[in-house]
Write a protein that binds this ligand. Structure first.
Ligand SMILES: *Cc1c(COP(=O)(O)O)cnc(C)c1O
Length: 468
């Protein structure tokens, strides 16, 4: 057997003069290109037994490593999980109107906290407050980082070193680190649980009220349902009880929508208007769940209470930045025209796509998908159900259609994991879900089929088995 020739590396300068390195220098600068070439050479030196590598191949590797390093860490993916508001995939997609509004305030100074006519200092929330009043009928509103922050701010403002009364059936965990009892503790509020997991009555709340009470609270159990022998107190009754004792009543809606979803054949979800009509003094909800806007937390309700929230120093720490205020303003304006909302607001557009439309899309994509995965896999069109996501409307599923990929032979279960990894390794990662031994792509959130098709050409289905 011939021993490979001992590798004598070319000089760094020699490599830097090659075409790939000229490109690397133009794109990433001389310093970065030199560093990358050094690294490649060192690796080759360490790599015993490697035959002489052509200079341009060294340069190519250096360029590739620089390109890889420059790729954004947060980058677009194709969400074929079937969950529309996927918290791990960034929840709501913004409407074009919102994107344009964000870009405009990124490029130039804006009147974020400035009253142009008066030439004096203004308030950032003023850009959105009027719209929330107009759309919900609330007296006033305050904007913060997300709904968790909204709840924190309300509790800290009205129940710090006092008690917040909540039903045991509503001590929710939203996933991640949002657990109602923990938020209470951080807000400095003492949690006063009343009732039982399945049944809470008005008298439970009434008996708990005392001089130490700061607030009555109802939490919308947005991500689960208690069924069977249950009882909960209607918000109207709680509102009345709170008023009798001069206490604020908070309704934490979580998802919070401004329109009746039944209009589009979806299940009716309690709207912000419903909650305010139900007597809530304050309503808290997210900007990037059903509302379809940027991440934000909105508190809407009584003017005097909102004023107190705005004065809390925590508000400054939790405030919204100009980008999200711009996106939120543009998103809310879309609600002025409900007739066009399902076309303009991506979240609602995706919720309302019909199974027939998605099936037709599956039929168009099937041949290209089959060809891309090769004969080891059987591709088929399947009926499936999409989910709203982000804990909203947990029991509502949307009839959908998708494409499934099953091993055609006696491939092991881990082959499916490997195929899923190969799709995730595409330049534009495609994220599906594995269900009953098949890789499933729910097409509800696929709006740009050409982009998906272009990725298929780059799939390397056999390369990721080892990852399984
Ligand atoms: C989602 C949710 C929250 C947290 O909202 P974020 O905007 O994710 O911070 C709080 N309460 C309820 C009821 C929720 O559904």
């Amino acid at each position: 057997m011939n021993r490979p020739e001992r590798f004598h590396p070319p000089s760094v300068d020699e490599v830097l003069r090659s075409p790939h390195c000229e490109l690397a220098i133009a794109r990433h600068g001389r310093q970065a290109a030199t560093g990358a070439v050094r690294q490649v050479l060192e690796r080759l030196r360490r790599d015993q037994g490697v035959a002489a590598v052509p200079i341009d191949s060294i340069a190519e590797r250096a360029l590739a490593s620089l390109e890889e390093r420059e790729r954004p860490s947060q980058r677009p993916v194709i969400n074929l999980t079937g969950t529309v508001l996927h918290t791990n995939l960034g929840r709501a997609l913004l409407a074009e109107e919102a994107i344009e509004a964000v870009v405009a305030v990124m490029r130039a100074p804006s009147n974020l906290e400035y009253e142009i006519a008066a030439g004096q200092r203004g308030e950032r929330d003023a850009h959105v407050r009027g719209l929330i009043r107009e759309l919900t009928g609330a007296e006033d509103a305050v904007l913060v980082n997300n709904n968790a922050a909204a709840v924190l701010l309300v509790l800290n403002s009205f129940a710090r070193e006092r008690e917040a009364i909540v039903s045991r059936g509503e001590l929710i965990e939203i996933g991640g680190a949002f657990r109602m009892p923990d938020i209470m503790a951080r807000a400095g509020a003492v949690l006063r649980e009343v009732g039982t997991t399945n049944r809470t009555h008005l008298r439970d709340y009434a008996e708990a009220i005392g001089p130490q009470t700061g607030l009555l609270m109802k939490v919308h159990t947005s991500n689960y349902l208690v069924q069977g022998f249950t009882a909960e107190v209607e918000p109207v009754e709680l509102a009345k009880l709170a008023r009798e004792h001069g206490l604020p009543f908070l309704d934490d809606l979580g998802s919070g929508t401004l329109v009746d979803f039944a209009r589009w054949g979806l299940r009716h979800e309690k709207t912000v208007q419903d909650a305010l009509k139900g007597g809530a003094d304050l309503v808290t909800f997210s900007g990037d769940k059903l509302l379809g806007g940027p991440q934000a937390g909105i508190v809407a309700g009584r003017k005097d209470l909102i004023a107190k929230l705005a004065r809390n120093p925590l508000k400054r720490a939790l405030r919204l930045d100009k980008l999200r205020l711009a996106a939120l303003e543009a998103t809310l304006k879309l609600y002025r025209d409900p007739d066009r909302l399902a076309q303009r607001l991506p979240t609602l557009r995706l919720f309302t796509r019909s199974a027939a439309e998605l099936r037709a899309l599956a039929e168009r994509l099937l041949p290209a998908l089959s060809a891309a995965v090769g004969t080891d896999w059987t591709a088929a069109i399947v009926d499936c159900s999409s989910q709203i996501g982000s804990g909203a409307l947990p029991l509502e599923t949307l009839p959908s259609a998708g494409l499934s990929l099953k091993p055609s032979g006696k491939a092991s279960g881990s082959a499916v994991e490997g195929l899923a990894a190969a799709f995730r390794a595409l330049p534009l990662p495609v994220i599906g879900r594995i269900s009953q031994g098949a890789l499933l792509f729910d097409l509800r959130c696929l709006e740009d089929e050409a982009v998906f098709a272009s990725q298929l050409g780059q799939l390397k289905p056999g390369t990721h088995h080892a990852l399984a």
